[in-house]
Design a protein around this ligand. Sequence first.
Ligand code: C2E
Ligand code: MG
Ligand code: MG
Length: 757
Amino acid sequence: MTIFKRNLWTLFWLVVAIGVLVLSFILTSMWQATLRAEESHHQARVELISQSVTNVLRTQELILEVAAAELVRQDLIDTTPEVLPFLDSIMEASPALAGFGMALPNGQLVKVTSTVDVSLMPNLLEQEASREGFQRALDSDRLIVGRTYYLPAVGAWIIPARKAVRNERGEVIAVMSAGIRADGEKGVFGNNLHTGPDDSVMIFREHDGYLQFMSSEGVTPDMYANAHRTPEERAVDRLSLTEANGVTIDELKARDVPSIYYNQREGANYIGGAWYSPDYELWIISESNIRTVWRAFLERGLILLMVFLALLLLLFYLVRQIERAEHKRRAALMYQSRHDDLTSLLNRVGLIDQIQQLVNRDEGFGVVLLDIDNFRGINDRFGQEHGDKVLNEFARCLRKLASDQFGASRLGGDEFAVISRIREPENLLAFCNDLLQRLAREMASGPLRMQLGASVGAAVFPAHGDSFNSIIRSAHLALYQAKRTRNDVCLYQTNYEAGYLRRVHIEQRLRGAMSEMHLYMAYQPQVDVRGRVVGVEALARWDDEELGYVPPNEFVEVAESSGLMVELGNYVLDRSLADFRKILDEVREPLELSVNISAMQFMQLGFAERVLSALKQYGVHPHYLTLEITETVFMSGFEQVVPTLEQLRAAGISLSMDDFGTGYSSLSLLRKLPIDELKIDKSFVDNIIDDEPARNMVESIIAIGKNHRMRLVAEGVEDKAQFATLVGMGCGRFQGYFFSRPVLPEEVGALTRARNS
Ligand code: C2E
Ligand code: MG
Ligand code: MG
């Protein structure tokens, strides 16, 4: 079936070719049949006319013989011209006769029927038209048919039939002479034997080529006066006859059936039948212009041709319909393969196509990639169905806002792209910022009334990549950067490349670092208002052989984005508890341990159980442990987090809010949180001396903390003034370089003893 569809037109032309072949075959046979029919028509007509002519002439011969016998019997063969009534009565038997009579051997007509005016009769031997025929009658015993001519004595064109009358000695005593009408309305010599304008019936004399009789359109009897075929013409006639039949003219003459011939005269083609009458030496010919055959052929052939053309047209229409349907189907498939089912935007394949085309045109353009902020949270909280609605709405807004660009597409998930006409980096950046703002407005006023943000990465062709792969990669790097730095829009910069490569490198090395124990923990003491060490914060450290020292901020983030965080978190927890157990044993006074927990780790199912079993494993009482979390933990839903927090607290573990004040959580949210400690971020402590707002912020945090019976820890205390100010504000715990940098676990004991003694 597919072969048929693919070669539909070939098949069509094959059918046309076969059709034409069959049609030509049918038409050829039809032509042959028409020709044969015409041939039979001529044959039949020649036969019929020949019989009639023979009959008529025989009848004349008989009449002449009867009349001659009567004349001899009545002894009327003399020179007196007179009308004999008994001749009239004999003539009545033959209506074809114009008149007849008896002529003397000298050519003078003497005894006639009443139809002949004897005074007008010429001497038959002297008159040019009758001389030859009369002479031959004198020389012959047979009926002689003379040349057709006009006889004023009877007022008609006549075909003379003559027969000599002889005495016992064989001498001619008279010549019986009859005039058969050649211009009769009916009868064998009537001008109505032909069937149309291109058809004729002719009788020629073999003897001298004179036309004896002709029935044809537009023929008047005057033509008999000098109508005869020249010897050359007759030679041509004979040739066409002999050629068509493959026999000699004598053999043809001897035939008792008519012969068919084809011939060409004066630029026209004729078909005819001819028969020679040896008795009267006449050629009886039935002939038509080949046009008549064509006409008959076309009458039937045209119908066939029309039917054929109609069928072809129908077939053509069918093929066209099938082709169109196929075309539509293919277009639909093509559309499907290049468009996203959910949003009807171009999909990844469509985008690749679009960019490839633009790259081939070598015109500048911008690639803008968008990633909806926290889309996973939306999906988790409201379900996939709602998530789909959000994607659809986002797609609608994007399509609307990017309508003057090359187009929008969806790459999958919550990632979208706009291919922009803008090729200058600064303009593209402005466009992206504007697009984000308009998107936010559009989404807020749309049917879902959503507050939705997105991260945007942009790159321009060819400045940021001169091939499909490189431009897409650059845009992705920019998007990656935007997401990482939580910056709304990032335009590609070459250093992103290095940053990206470094992250990939860190990711690769980090896996090995955990198994090869290149990762270890440092501990930074936390002191009370008197400067005594009351606890330590465990901080991860990594000295890599290839990368050198990698700050925890950096590798924690890589671990979070590469799925290594849970493993890293477990590693940190185990190492810290193991170290802490040793420290406790060494210090022999109550110390507390703070461990940083990443949001991703915290969201893990069974996290609380994991912590409790680790505590048991290393023999550390839960009261000694504080888990530091950040506000990002609450980003994916407050309700989901609280049960875990409460489970941990119920077990006796404390919870601390790290970097407090830098995130987005509202103070009202804080009231609901089951939190034991607030860590005042270093950025506020840094400015606490000179910066009024920073100081106010710290005062508020301390007030809130006290209000909720929370412990307050100030981090990043670097000098005495900061310490004194914080003590003055009511903060109870401090951590910072002013007291100690993070130290190796072996050093914690000595440090504690030195400060606390
Ligand atoms: P953090 O939890 O807020 O840790 C405090 C950071 O401030 C530490 O940096 C510490 O060295 C630094 N710091 C303390 N006092 C001072 C000071 O007086 N001056 C200055 N300039 N810095 C001070 P560090 O170790 O580079 O850690 C950075 C961040 O990396 C941490 O911030 C924490 O968020 C993360 N981190 C470190 N270790 C871990 C870990 O084991 N697990 C997790 N999840 N995160 C960790
Ligand atoms: Mg911390
Ligand atoms: Mg902190």
